[in-house]
Design a protein around this ligand. Structure first.
Ligand code: NDP
Length: 469
């Protein structure tokens, strides 16, 4: 007799776990299969260990600043192995929490590699986490694909010598010299991490500014900020080959320059994790490597759904969680919650972090006549240690309705501040309503409620900062 479930979820990452838990709470018989890490990328090879590394790097910078506040301390070399052990302990603790959370919800767990045999049958076999797992087949009325994404390496000679974000969390020692390729989230964040820990960092990217897709002025401000953290930027460049030599690795760029380094981190994007998932066997439609879903997370096969990075839509932990939660409620509960996906806040945890919610100036100016408010100032805590670098803040307002379309910040605590401002942007508050708020003094965040003089007005169809008036 084959075991049967109401819902079978492939992948115990952020989205899959939430979907499983909510469905089980509403009485569904739920099972989850995980092949590698309980908690998925976010907990094991992403947000959580990355943030711990950001804190480690920031702590080094705080030590640098300490003499400015009268503390007689100097940096010692960072103990990579000790930190990694502490980080791994925390990740193991979180893995356990994920497993117990699912078990308490009454979810059946399968450790192994799961694949679709048809639209209602799943086969689970051995995987890296469970090499001796027996091959089992189970039936489910509904199946959710939540396998996330995997890093992509550039196809250049010597790419096998490069690491990705999958390996960077388990390096035996910190590279003294590292080249980071790509200036998206991972590239910028790890450039900041390794420079903070004391490595010499080269950041190589093909655009003229980092963080393509972010607000243009934010990108300009970040670019200037990167220079303040001893990171060498190689803008407008792509790598052509990596060679191993007696001293480490030699990275050649398309401008002819060579970089001698100990490690090359390729942070060049991710692709949906669909390999060996049996999508063809079940007839699930894909497009450019992603599983195609409608607004209800439904695929073209009536019994199969997909959430999170496998659908290549938002590619963030909180949106995968929201998708999983909504799907479970849609399937097993009378009414669901609402989420404002279009105002999903985003952060890049650089040394001077970037955070943003809503439209960039360029996006807003395509649809609206807008008024832009900006401010640049030195954070108070930087004054005594004489640390250079300014905070940048920006509000983008629709002239007709006065609604705040976008809020952007580069500087200390930007992610914490923008998370709160995201409430205002999601609620479509107006600038007038923001301005009613009394400042909390002395903070950096108060500047968002005290910006009174417009920096510029931009007519619809004009291209943002390129049309300053
Ligand atoms: P991103 O898509 O953010 O950035 C990829 C980078 O690689 C870009 O600079 C891109 O350049 C460059 N690149 C891509 N192809 C090539 C090529 N052929 N030659 C040269 N450069 C190339 O991907 P990441 O790997 O940084 O991150 C993956 C995803 O993980 C993100 O999209 C995000 O969803 C998620 N993430 C989120 C985080 C957060 O929320 N803080 C943190 C880390 C990851 P170009 O811009 O020119 O295309």
């Amino acid at each position: 007799m084959m075991q049967e479930f109401d819902l079978f979820i492939i992948g115990a990452g952020s989205g899959g776990v939430r979907c499983a838990r909510i469905a089980a709470q509403h009485g569904a018989r739920v099972a989850v299969a995980e092949r590698r890490h309980w908690g998925g990328t976010c907990v094991n090879l992403g947000c959580v260990p990355k943030k711990l590394m950001v804190y480690a790097a920031d702590t080094g910078r705080l030590i640098d600043d300490a003499p400015g506040y009268g503390w007689d301390v100097t940096r010692s070399p960072h103990h990579w192995a000790r930190f990694m052990e502490a980080k791994d302990q925390e990740i193991t603790r979180l893995n356990g929490i994920y497993v117990s959370m699912l078990e308490k919800a009454g979810v059946t767990l399968f450790t192994g590699d799961a694949r679709l045999c048809d639209a209602e049958t799943i086969e689970i076999g051995p995987s890296t986490l469970a090499p001796d797992a027996p091959v089992q087949r189970v039936k489910a009325k509904k199946i959710v694909l939540a396998t996330g994404s995997v890093p992509v390496k550039l196809d250049i000679p010597g790419a096998e010598f490069a690491i990705t974000s999958d390996e960077v969390f388990h390096l035996a020692q910190r590279p003294e010299r590292i080249a980071v390729i790509g200036s998206g989230y991972i590239g910028v964040e790890f450039a900041g991490i390794f420079s903070g820990l004391g490595s010499k960092v080269d950041l190589v990217y093909r655009q003229s500014l980092p963080l393509r897709g972010f607000d243009h002025e934010v990108r300009e401000h970040l670019s200037e900020g990167i220079d303040l953290y001893d990171i060498t930027r190689h803008a407008g460049c792509s790598p052509t080959k990596i060679e191993k030599n007696a001293d480490g690795l030699c990275l050649t760029l398309d401008n002819g320059q060579t970089l001698e380094v100990d490690a090359v981190l390729m942070a060049t994007g991710r692709r949906p994790s669909v390999d060996k998932l049996g999508l063809d066997a079940a007839g699930v439609r894909t497009e450019k490597g992603r599983v195609v879903v409608d607004a209800q997370s439904a695929t073209n096969v009536a019994s199969i759904y997909a959430i999170g990075d496998i659908t290549d839509q938002y590619n963030l932990t909180p949106t995968a969680i929201a998708e999983g939660h909504l799907l479970a409620e849609r399937l097993y509960a009378p009414q669901g919650r609402e989420w404002s996906f279009e105002t999903t806040p985003k952060a890049v945890f650089f040394a001077s972090p970037v955070a943003t919610v809503g439209m960039t100036e360029e996006e807003a100016a395509r649809e609206h006549d807008i008024t832009v408010y900006t401010t640049r100032f030195t954070a108070m805590r930087q004054v005594l240690p004489k640390r250079s670098g300014k905070i940048f803040m920006k509000l983008v307002i629709d002239q007709k309705s006065d609604v705040v379309l976008g809020a952007h910040m580069v500087g200390p605590d930007a992610p914490e501040i923008i998370q709160m401002l995201a409430i205002a942007v999601s609620a479509r508050l107006t600038k007038k309503q923001i301005d009613r708020t009394i400042s909390l003094h002395p903070t950096s965040a108060e500047e968002f409620v005290t910006m009174r003089t417009p920096t510029r007005h931009v007519r619809r169809g004009m291209s943002g900062p390129l049309s300053k008036n």
